[in-house]
Structures are given as structure tokens and as C-alpha cells.
Design a protein around this ligand. Structure first.
Ligand SMILES: [Zn+2]
Length: 91
């Protein structure tokens, strides 16, 4: 008799999980595949100041002498400007 109860419990658990899975499955498809955001291809760029790798679209871009530099924060950009500034004046 005990086994029977256990059997039903397992059956119920499977049924419950299946129901949840189905709901999740339809919940995802209901939004439509066309509404799916495009895959984010984030190119990582290196911050020359602190050496951190930041996603290109989130990085602060600074162009100098036709070259682009990417920074993780404004502080790094300012630091870079300060550090590279005097050298540029000399050259
Ligand atoms: Zn940085």
C-alpha cells in the first residue's frame, strides 16, 4: 500500500513538472520568435588605462590620431587624456 502512495506521489511530481515545463514552453513561444532580441555580439575591448576588458557598446570611445580607444569609465578616459596629453604636445 505504501508503494502505491509513493507511486502516485512520483506520478504527481512528474505531472507537475511536465505542466510547468509545458507552461514555460508556451510562455516563451507566446511572445513570438520575431520578438526575440538579436544575439548580442559583444566585442571586448581593452581599456588601456586599467587593463579591463569592456564590451564595445558599453565602453567610452575616445578617438585620437585616427585611432580609437575604449575605456571602462570616464575616470579612465580622463586619466588617459592626462597621461597622453603632454606626450602629444611634445611630438
Ligand atoms: Zn578602466
Amino acid at each position: 500500500m505504501h508503494r502505491l502512495i509513493l507511486f502516485f506521489l512520483i506520478l504527481f511530481a512528474i505531472y507537475y513538472l511536465f505542466k510547468r515545463w509545458v507552461r514555460g514552453f508556451f510562455g516563451q513561444t507566446r511572445q513570438g520568435p520575431e520578438r526575440k532580441p538579436p544575439p548580442i555580439i559583444d566585442e571586448l575591448v581593452k581599456d588601456p588605462v586599467c587593463g579591463t576588458y569592456v564590451p564595445k557598446r558599453e565602453a567610452i570611445v575616445y578617438g585620437k590620431k585616427g585611432k580609437l580607444y575604449y575605456f571602462c569609465s570616464k575616470e579612465c578616459l580622463e586619466k588617459f587624456k592626462k597621461e597622453s596629453g603632454p606626450k602629444d604636445n611634445e611630438a
